[in-house]
Design a protein around this ligand. Structure first.
Ligand code: FES
Ligand code: FE2
Length: 353
């Protein structure tokens, strides 16, 4: 067997070749591969406002238009009208039925076709194929997860064993924390940057001031990486219970990344969800959703000024895109102490290369 592209021993490994960040073919091959991954769709607090939620981010990542509906239970349905293919819902709403605005076909909240004007003479109508196709939804503490099941079990096991004590169900969606940015860089460069705290002292002066860099650590699991930031003296932190592996430690943040582009950042104030959405080989959308558990902790500590940290990261990532596009650069080496998360990501990305 030939050597894997990314050597499993980080001390021997070279980083990802630059073509993965710059070539359209590599980009599209990877995108096809990601179709069997799971994705974050919504938090249950969003249903307080709307019971029909089109999953716009997921449509971009998965190439499949979906909606979540809530009636007797939460369902994930195709958002494509079974008549001639118009989107059923183009924005979030509150309703008892789903009506396509093109020719008025209506569906129940479970996706069953209910009514269609001018179809009296159509033979064999309606049939099961006139209903909206259904897709599985998995829930962890109010987080609604859809898509494929690659690494899903591993993700739930990890979250459950680590954060079983955290009351994520009770968090509330805070619309004012929504952000959407488009950056001129490949999506994987954004993920690379997220997966190491190595750059924090160099890039994020304020964040560096609240985290204890000697205690910062990275843990790997199948399909993801967890980084744990420990608070400096006097900075806000969680108090994990005796059952937790972090019992007695001042955890400032749990930074979770799940392949390919989902980040769940747990702070004492609540949860910041970041989605990394590949748009083209050198354009990426970054979307933030905020869910607040402890409003009095907002604006403090490691999760305090996320906008500033984001701007600092974007500048670096866009600069790196320009760098790796130069012919003189192909690949580098990893720090075994600081870049285990990046190495793990590159191994997942290239597992069948
Ligand atoms: S496309 Fe929906 S009713 Fe015609
Ligand atoms: Fe950063």
């Amino acid at each position: 067997m030939s050597e894997p592209l990314i050597h499993p021993d980080i001390a021997k490994a070279h980083t990802l070749p630059s073509r993965f960040y710059t070539e359209k073919e590599s980009f599209h091959n990877l995108l096809d591969e990601m179709r069997d991954c799971w994705y974050f769709a919504a938090h249950s607090s969003q249903f307080a406002e709307h019971n029909v939620i089109p999953l716009i981010d997921i449509e971009e990542m998965l190439g499949e238009a979906l909606i979540l509906t809530k009636s007797d239970k939460i369902r994930c349905l195709s958002n494509v009208c079974t008549h001639r293919g118009m989107l059923v819902a183009t924005e979030s709403s509150n309703s008892n039925t789903l009506q396509c605005k093109y020719h008025g076909r209506t569906f129940g909240m479970d996706g069953c076709m209910k009514n269609m004007p001018e179809f009296q003479d159509v033979e064999g109508f309606p049939s099961a194929s006139d209903d909206l196709p259904r897709f599985p939804v998995t829930e962890w503490k109010g987080l609604q997860l859809v898509g494929g099941d690659r690494y899903l079990k591993e993700a739930i096991t990890e979250l459950e064993s680590r954060l079983e004590w955290l009351d994520v169900d009770s968090y509330n969606h805070d619309k004012s924390r929504f952000r959407s940015y488009e950056i001129e860089a490949n999506w994987a460069l954004y993920v690379d940057n997220y997966l190491e705290g190595f750059h924090i002292p160099f890039v994020h002066g304020d964040l560096h001031g609240v985290l204890d860099s000697n205690e910062y650590r990275t843990e790997l699991f199948e399909g993801g990486v967890l980084q744990i930031g420990i608070a400096k003296e006097g900075e806000p932190h969680f108090e994990p219970p005796a059952t937790s592996s972090e019992y007695g430690e001042k955890v400032a943040a749990y930074y979770y990344w799940f392949y390919p582009g989902l980040m769940l950042n747990f702070y004492p104030w609540g949860l910041s969800v970041n989605q990394v959405i590949p748009l083209s080989v050198d354009r990426t959308r970054i979307v933030y959703h905020g869910y607040v558990g402890n409003p009095e902790m907002l604006g403090k500590g490691a999760g305090g000024d996320l906008d500033k940290v984001e701007m600092e990261d974007q500048e670096i990532v866009e600069g790196t895109q320009r760098g790796v596009s130069s012919k003189s650069y192909d690949r580098g080496r990893y720090s075994p102490k600081m870049e285990r998360g990046v190495h793990h990501f590159h191994r997942i990305m290239t597992h069948n290369q």
